[in-house]
Design a protein around this ligand. Structure first.
Ligand SMILES: Cc1cc2nc3c(=O)[nH]c(=O)nc-3n(C[C@H](O)[C@H](O)[C@H](O)COP(=O)(O)O)c2cc1C
Length: 415
C-alpha cells in the first residue's frame, strides 16, 4: 500500500457524522462534483509563484485547508495571459509548464477526498503592481520593468487609470479582447489537464472583466461598451469559451463585485440591480454559482465595511432570483464571515436564532436563505482548521483527519 493510501481520509474530513446537521454541514452536488459541506476557501493571492508556476508554498498553504475539511479550496487569481498578472509573482496558466505544479496540488487535495478549484483572471488596468507588502497600505507599488513588471503593456477596457498608483492602461483592440478570451479558454483546458474540479471566473474587484462591466471604467464605443448588453459581452464570451472546453460535469462559478459602491458618487454605475440582471442570464450559459463580492473598481468607492453588508447583498440577489422563479443559480456569500453561527444562519431560511441555540434544519433550500455556500478567506488564514472549529461550535460531529483524531475538540469547548 502506498503512503498516499495510508494517509487517505474516509469519509472526507469535514463530513458530518451526527444526525440532522445544519445545512452548512449537508452535502451539495453541483453537476458531477459532490461536496460534503458548504464551506469553501475563497481565492487568495499569495504573490509567491515563480514565473506563474505554483511552488511548495502553494502546496502547503492550499493543502492545509483541504486537509482540514474545506470541501473546496479555490486557488488564487491565476492569470490567463502574461500581462494579466496583478504582480510578477502571480500564479498563471498561460503556458503548459504551469500545469504540473497545479496538478501536484490537485493530486494531494484529491488524496484527501477534497476538491480543488482555480480562479481564472486577467488583472486589466490593475496589472503590474508589486506584492502588497512592498507597497504602502491601500496604495500598491507599481512594478516597473526593473522588477519584472510591464507598466507599458497594461490593458484596460478603456484608457482610464485606476489611480495614480497604477499604470496607464491602453484601451484594448478587438484583437486583444479576442486574445484574452482565448487565454481564458486555453487556461481552462490546462486547469482540466491539471485535474482541477471547479473553475471560477474572476469578474470582480476592478480587474479586467469587472472593469468592462462598469460604465465608469468602460467608455468604449464599440460592441464591448455602452449599453448593459455590450458591457457584459466580454464576460459572456469568456463564460461561453470556458464552458465549451470543460467537461459537462464540471461546475463553473463566476465571481462579481455585485456593486462597485459608486451609487452615491456617480449617476450610473455597476450596482446590485445590474448584478441581478446579469445573474438571470447565467444559468442558461452553464454557470452554476454566483460568488457575490463587491468593490475594487474605483478609487472613490463608498465602501460599507461591516459584517453582514456583503452577505446581505448575496441574499438580496438570491431572493430576487427566487422571486422570478430562477432557482438554478447557486449563490455564494463571502465577506467577514468569521463566526460559526453566522455561517450557519446564512444558509438557512427563517429568522436568525439565538446564539448557541440548538442546531436544527428548518428548511434546507428556503427562499429566504441568503446563500447556498459560504466562502471564507481571512478566517482560514487565522484558523486553517476553521471547518473543524465551526463544527465543534455548532455541536456537529464531523470526520477529522485520522492522524489528528487524538486531538479532536472537546464537545462544548469554545477553544
Ligand atoms: C490575502 C488575500 C488575497 C486575496 N486574493 C483574492 C483573489 O486572488 N481573488 C479574489 O477574487 N479575491 C481575493 N481576495 C478576496 C477574498 O477572496 C475575499 O473575498 C475577501 O477577503 C472577503 O472575505 P473574508 O472577509 O472572509 O476575508 C483576497 C483576500 C485576501 C485577504
Amino acid at each position: 500500500m502506498s503512503i498516499r493510501n495510508l494517509a487517505a481520509q474516509t469519509p472526507p474530513v469535514g463530513t458530518a457524522t451526527s444526525a440532522n446537521p445544519p445545512t452548512l454541514f449537508t452535502p451539495l452536488k453541483i453537476r458531477e462534483a459532490s461536496f460534503q459541506n458548504r464551506i469553501w476557501v475563497a481565492p487568495m493571492c499569495t504573490y509567491s509563484a515563480e514565473d506563474g508556476h505554483l511552488t511548495d508554498f502553494h502546496l502547503v498553504h492550499l493543502s492545509a485547508y483541504a486537509f482540514r475539511g474545506a470541501s473546496l479550496t479555490i486557488v488564487e487569481a491565476t492569470s490567463v495571459t502574461l500581462n494579466g498578472r496583478i504582480s510578477p509573482d502571480d500564479s498563471g496558466l498561460w503556458t503548459d509548464s504551469q500545469i504540473a505544479p497545479l496538478k501536484r496540488v490537485a493530486d494531494f487535495v484529491h488524496s484527501q477526498g477534497q476538491k480543488l478549484g482555480v480562479q481564472l483572471s486577467h488583472a486589466g488596468r490593475k496589472a503590474s503592481t508589486c506584492a502588497p507588502w512592498l507597497g504602502e497600505a491601500w496604495r500598491p507599488k507599481l512594478a516597473t520593468a526593473e522588477v519584472g513588471g510591464w507598466p507599458d503593456n497594461v490593458w484596460g477596457a478603456s484608457a482610464i487609470r485606476w489611480s495614480d498608483a497604477f499604470a496607464e492602461p491602453k484601451e484594448m483592440s478587438l484583437a486583444e479582447i479576442r486574445e484574452v478570451i482565448d487565454g481564458f479558454r486555453d487556461s481552462a483546458v490546462r486547469a482540466v489537464k491539471a485535474g482541477v474540479d471547479v473553475i471560477e471566473i474572476h469578474g470582480a474587484h476592478g480587474y479586467l472583466l469587472s472593469s468592462f462591466l462598469s460604465p465608469i471604467s468602460n467608455h468604449r464605443t464599440d460592441k464591448y461598451g455602452g449599453s448593459f448588453e455590450n458591457r457584459i459581452r466580454i464576460l459572456i464570451e469568456v463564460i461561453e469559451a470556458i464552458r465549451s472546453v470543460i467537461p459537462t460535469g464540471m461546475p463553473l462559478l463566476v465571481r462579481v463585485s455585485a456593486t462597485e459602491w459608486m451609487e452615491k458618487n456617480a449617476p450610473e454605475s455597476w450596482d446590485v440591480e445590474s448584478t441581478i440582471k446579469l445573474a438571470k442570464l447565467l444559468p442558461a450559459l452553464g454557470v452554476d454559482l454566483l460568488d457575490v463580492s463587491s468593490g475594487g473598481n474605483n478609487q472613490h468607492q463608498a465602501l460599507e465595511m461591516h459584517p453582514g453588508v456583503q452577505t446581505s447583498i448575496a441574499g438580496r440577489i438570491r431572493s430576487a432570483l427566487f422571486s422570478t422563479g430562477i432557482t438554478n443559480l447557486l449563490i455564494g456569500a463571502v465577506g467577514m464571515i468569521t463566526e460559526a453561527e453566522v455561517a450557519k444562519e446564512l444558509l438557512e431560511a427563517g429568522q436568525p436564532k439565538e446564539k448557541d441555540a440548538t442546531v436544527e434544519i428548518e428548511d434546507e433550500q428556503g427562499e429566504i436563505a441568503k446563500a447556498d455556500i459560504v466562502l471564507v478567506a481571512r478566517q482560514f488564514l487565522r484558523e486553517p482548521e476553521w471547518v473543524l472549529r465551526v463544527a465543534n461550535r455548532l455541536g456537529v460531529d464531523v470526520a477529522w483527519p485520522k492522524q489528528y483524531r487524538r486531538a479532536v475538540f472537546r464537545k462544548g469547548s469554545i477553544l
